[in-house]
Ligand binder design. Structure first.
Ligand code: MG
Length: 260
């Protein structure tokens, strides 16, 4: 049986081709992180109950990978993924909360951690142990709002908040080392967070790290080291695949690499 991460990657390649839309490298970057959260951590199947854990895809432009994960795990009807970027659908380039399985609309970068901190704080006020997961990009740390949320979460010791950072070293038009470099582990540690640096393509490691996080104590950040475009060699660590859509030939090559 193909793995969830593999299914996510195939859907990303197939649907981005059909829709002729980019953001493919960003979506492939987080396939294994989503597979860990949706396949190994969150309970299976749809859950609209108030006590469900919340999930925020802060890097909303990678929404196609989220739709693929939701569909492959029974949270979203699979045929809905084929509406990706068609007229009149909620299955857009960025997630909308009208869609089953999507708790929060995102897309404006740097805001997801604030939403997640609010969800975690609300749980605390209600005496609930439910958690909030926020999947964000490394370059979102260029935004001041991220650090306001980080301060808030640390001050309130929101141990039910888990940030998963996709550390792929890239952002829209450059490498993070050239645009705005920084020591991510030291920064998050200085802001009072519980910091874990892990392999962002090892589903078992990501899942077991999350399972080991205590709900009491400080908030948690998993700095998941990833390769942009992971799984398709001609996209890996290539800036242009932030925006480029596939053509017929590259679509064929990408599917060949990912495998049936
Ligand atoms: Mg990045």
């Amino acid at each position: 049986m193909p793995s969830l991460a593999h299914a996510i990657r195939r859907t990303v390649i197939e649907e981005s081709m059909r829709a002729h839309v980019g953001h493919i490298g960003s979506a492939l970057s987080i396939a294994d992180m989503l597979a860990a959260v949706y396949g190994e951590v969150l309970p299976p199947g749809p859950d609209d109950g108030p006590e469900r854990d919340r999930f925020v895809l802060s890097k909303g432009h990678a929404a196609l990978a989220l739709y693929a994960a939701l569909a492959a795990t029974g949270r979203l009807a699979p045929e809905r993924v084929s509406e990706y970027c068609t007229d009149g659908t909620a299955v857009g380039v960025h997630p909308e909360h009208d869609l089953p399985g999507v708790d929060f609309s995102t897309g404006s970068l740097g805001q997801g951690l604030s939403i997640g901190a609010g969800a975690a704080f609300a749980a605390r006020m209600q005496g609930s142990t439910r958690r909030a997961f926020v999947l964000m990009s490394d370059a979102e740390g260029n935004e001041g709002s991220v650090w306001e949320a980080a301060m808030f979460a640390a001050h309130h010791r929101l141990g039910n908040l888990v940030a998963l950072v996709d550390v792929n070293g890239q952002q829209a038009l450059g490498y993070t080392r050239d645009v705005l470099a920084g020591d991510l582990p030291a920064r998050w540690d200085a802001f009072g967070w519980d910091v874990h640096v892990i392999d962002g393509h090892d589903v078992d490691v990501i899942a077991s790290t999350i399972r080991g996080l205590p709900v009491g104590g400080p908030p948690h950040v998993l700095l998941c080291e990833t390769t942009f475009g992971k799984g398709v060699s001609f996209m890996e660590s290539k800036i242009e695949w932030h925006y480029l859509p596939l053509d017929e030939e590259r679509h064929r090559l990408a599917l060949q690499e990912i495998g049936a």
